[in-house]
Write a protein that binds this ligand. Structure first.
Ligand code: HEM
Ligand code: CU
Length: 847
């Protein structure tokens, strides 16, 4: 009960005025944005967020140009403007860029930009990770896009089904570029998701309990969870396909005990949630904008939160509905069909909450631009939802499968469900990052051109589809009579482009990215991002007593800006923010944040270079890039876990907090745990592949006599368990300052765990198994290979920890690097044991 009362009573501002001389200047100095060339070294989420959105928009434009090319080709029958091959590259590139380089990054970018202020944090806990994720995405994405200019763009469609994408049918580099490019961009998305999840859970303003968190934060939390569970599946899928293409490991080749359906499962396990990964954040933005535009709190807040969480869960049951036409068992069909319909319930709840809020409006502004785009979104999205219910009905799907009906449906959902809310968000939040709002007049042009253009373009496609036009054809004969409908679609597409152009002109004329002031709270909104802010965020961190603090705490903006609340200064002389407890948001410690630096950019360049040069089989250069990446990551982690032997600092109101924190309460521990969830879902996907291949081709499994004998795996088991015990012991030794034990013990553990995986690989090889033999063999070596990757990572981490010990940067109170290594270690051991059970236990169990 004590907690409740602490959270509910609005304290008067804790600090007295006037604030000491020089305090504000210091705050400005430590948060100063680097200029000139050093602008590339920014790590602050506010600034990175802006770059991030700009880049996502660029990809939207680029993919849009590809779409215009396609529509131009399709405008009239028997057109020979663009040949078959280029058309295939165009739609593959368009789909891939829209989905992977625009939609997901754009919503992630909005979160990176908005969340720190919305949560009342000065910054999220890992600014360098955000910068790294951004650069990796920007550099990798641009290089990937350029492949179209040299005719190397992938052409297998955005879902790249094997066998079409296998080396037999796509022998060129095109598919490899897709696989490595995408795999790599997913890694950046995951890095961003970890930052967002920890930020949302741990850096909220004091008093902002989970129940008072802005809907957008809730949505991004669910988003992060979905990215963490779903993206690993596609990383595994792309890795397996690349292994097949590069080394002939037959995961997807039916003649050798592989199965092309395995790809579809892995891809759609990610691909369906992907739709919600895109849609949920857009819905979250709508849930933020409508209350501001109506002056009313969102009606049914808790129900909406529940709906968002439910959508997150349900969407994973749905992937099979993309495979209705593949002849899978009736029961799975029915299940997936039911789940597809069920997911419309939580979406419906959100829509009703929005309508109810609008109905209860205190001051409706239907014709302000953000609201206009939201009304457009309602209209389009409901139509897309209706056709969605149609294709969820299996007999209809069999009819409409791979026709233009699907193209129409998918654009109604994606364009309507994501692009319109995103534009609403651009118009709504522009005053937050710019000294000026965007123009109402130009915005109106943009809206009507896009809205009418969209319907003129995509509505006729339903009819073209029903008239039998298949998707992904580059031309069609006049005699089919599809000409007029296609001409309408093409004209509509150019109208959309004109609308986007109006938006760009508006941007060029009115957008002034924050120097040091913004346009202010022009919508009279209630959430914290509308507090007066500078590059350090708001002047002090408020205590929050409701969901719309700016409405319910009169004078809050003034008091915050005068430094009357928490942390009005930089008490350690460096950038810092407050870390609070995950549920009640009680202040726990002050977190020092890194300032600008080159390491994230260089690490990202190294990572991008590594993957892309490997694609072109330039191993030596790729290796050099890999070393650069590792060195830079090492460099940036070296400064983390700062010297803890400092007195607690005063954050105002008589509250003194420690400057760092170890163990399970620390933000780094949370990030590690989330990273392990990512690892577990990677391993889970691979285990799924192994078992799936057994289901589909048991005949390629070796008889017991040909399995390696149990001696080696038992030895491996012993070694694995031994290292875990050793690490637990070293942890206690570190507690007692026995550095020598750590320096010797960690290398010993490294040798043991490397031996464990080496023995396993050796055993399989001795038994005569070769990765190219069969789907079974490929899966076994993939499991071993994954474990080897983990062991290699562990060796880097352990070496890092030993180096810190030698440099005097490790101790009982300064042990984050050891703790992270230990967590990762125990996880790797557990994964190794499960892997051994799968490889040696499961086949024996079956006999
Ligand atoms: C600027 C407006 C847009 C136009 C004119 C447009 C047009 C097209 C066209 C002509 C195709 C090829 C259809 C075929 O030949 O089968 C296509 C496919 C596709 N579009 Fe769009 N599109 C637009 C915006 C978007 C957006 C915003 C997204 C996603 C966020 C998107 C995602 C896709 C996907 C996933 C495909 C399927 C590609 C494939 O079959 O591999 N599009 N679009
Ligand atoms: Cu789906």
């Amino acid at each position: 009960m004590a907690d409740e009362s602490m959270a509910d009573v609005a304290p008067s501002p804790p600090n007295t005025l006037p604030r000491p001389d020089g305090e504000l200047e210091q705050l400005q100095r430590v948060w100063k944005r680097p200029t000139g060339w050093r602008a590339l070294t920014v790590v602050n989420n506010n600034h990175v967020g802006l770059l991030y959105i700009g880049t996502a928009l660029l990809f939207f434009l680029l993919a849009g140009v590809l779409a215009l090319l396609m529509r131009t080709q399709l405008a009239v029958p028997d057109n020979d403007l663009i040949g078959h091959e280029l058309y295939n590259q165009l739609f593959t590139m368009h789909g891939t860029v829209m989905m992977f380089l625009f939609a997901v990054p754009a919503v992630e970018a909005m979160a990176v930009l908005l969340l720190p202020n919305m949560l009342g944090a000065r910054d999220l806990p890992f600014p360098r990770l955000s910068a790294y994720a951004y650069w990796a995405y920007a550099v990798g994405g641009l290089i990937f896009f350029c492949s179209i200019f040299v005719g190397l763009a992938p052409d297998g469609g955005w879902f790249m089904y094997p066998p079409l994408s296998s080396s037999a049918y796509s022998p060129e580099l095109n598919a490899d570029l897709w696989l490595l490019g995408i795999g790599f961009i997913e890694i950046s998305a995951i890095a961003g998701a970890i930052e967002l999840a920890v930020g949302i859970l741990r850096t909220r303003a004091p008093g902002m309990t989970l129940d008072r968190m802005p809907i957008f934060a809730w949505v991004m939390l669910v988003f992060s969870g979905m990215v963490i569970v779903a993206f690993p599946a596609v990383i595994v899928g792309t890795a397996l396909l690349e292994l097949e293409r590069a080394f002939g490991m037959p995961f997807f080749i039916a003649q050798k005990g592989g199965d092309p359906l395995l790809w579809q499962h892995l891809f759609w396990f990610f691909g369906h949630p992907e739709v919600y990964i895109i849609f949920l954040p857009a819905a979250g933005m709508v849930s933020m904008i409508i209350p501001a535009m109506t002056g009313t709190s969102l009606i049914g807040y808790r129900l909406v939160v529940l709906a968002v969480v439910a959508t997150g869960f349900l969407s994973f049951g749905l992937w099979v509905h993309h495979m209705f036409a593949t002849g899978i068992p009736q029961l799975s069909l029915s299940f997936a069909s039911a789940a597809s319909m069920a997911v419309s319930v939580p979406t419906g709840i959100q829509i009703f909450a929005w309508i109810a809020t609008i109905a209860a409006a205190a001051r409706l502004r239907p014709f302000k631009l953000p609201m206009l785009f939201i009304l457009g979104f309602f209209f389009i999205f409901v139509l897309g939802g209706l056709t969605g219910v149609m294709v969820a009905v299996i007999p209809f799907d069999l009819q409409a499968h791979d026709s233009y009906f699907i193209v129409a449906h998918l654009h109604y959902v994606l364009f309507g469900g994501m692009v319109f809310p995103l534009f609403a968000a651009f118009y709504y939040w522009a005053p937050f990052v710019s000294a000026r709002a965007l123009s109402e007049k130009l915005g109106r042009w943009a809206f009507w051109l896009m809205f009418i253009g969209f319907n003129v373009s995509f509505f006729p496609m339903h009819l073209t589809g029903l008239a039998g036009m298949p998707r992904r054809v580059y031309t069609y004969a006049d005699s089919y009579g599809w000409g007029p409908l296609n001409m309408a679609s093409t004209l509509g597409a150019y109208m959309i482009a004109a609308g986007v152009l109006a938006f760009l002109i508006d941007l060029a004329r009115n957008f002034r990215p924050v120097g040091d002031a913004n346009a202010g709270n022009i919508w009279d909104a209630g959430t914290l991002e509308w507090l007066p802010s500078r590059s350090y965020g708001s002047r002090s961190i408020p205590f929050v007593t409701s969901r719309e603090p700016l409405w319910n705490q009169p004078g809050l903006a003034r008091d915050v800006d005068a430094g009357r609340y928490y942390l009005p200064n930089a008490p350690t002389g460096r950038r810092s923010t407050l870390v609070t407890s995950p549920v009640q948001a009680r202040p726990e410690y002050v977190l020092e944040l890194p300032g600008p630096g080159w390491s994230p950019l260089l690490a990202a360049l190294g990572t991008a270079g590594f993957f892309l040069l490997l694609t072109f089989k330039l191993e030596a250069l790729a290796g050099a890039c890999g070393v650069l990446a590792v060195a830079m990551i090492w460099r940036w982690l070296w400064d983390a876990d700062a010297n803890p032997v400092r007195p607690p600092v005063d954050i105002g109101g008589g509250l003194r907090l420690p400057v760092s924190c170890g163990g399970s309460a620390s933000h780094s521990w949370w990030a590690m745990v989330i990273l392990l969830m990512v690892c577990a879902s990677i391993f889970g996907s691979l285990l799924f592949a192994y078992l799936f291949l057994w289901v589909t081709s048991p005949e390629t499994w070796p008889p017991l006599a040909r399995l390696p004998s149990m001696g080696l795996p038992l030895t491996s088991t012993g070694l694995l368990l031994g290292t875990s015990v050793l690490l637990a012991w070293l942890s206690r030794a570190l507690e007692r300052e026995r550095q020598v034990a750590v320096r010797l013990g960690l290398p010993a553990a490294m040798l043991m765990i490397a031996a464990a995986i080496g023995l396993e690989a050796h055993g399989q090889w001795q038994a005569g198994l070769r990765p190219q033999d069969s789907g079974y063999a490929a899966a076994v070596y993939a499991l071993i290979g994954l474990q080897a990757v983990f062991v290699t990572t562990l060796c880097f981490m352990a070496a890092f920890t030993v180096a810190r010990s030698l440099a005097g940067r490790l101790g009982p109170a300064r042990r984050a690097s050891f703790d992270s290594t230990m967590l990762f270690w125990h996880y790797t051991v557990a994964q190794g044991l499960l892997g051994l059970c799968a490889i040696h236990g499961f086949p024996r169990l079956l006999e």
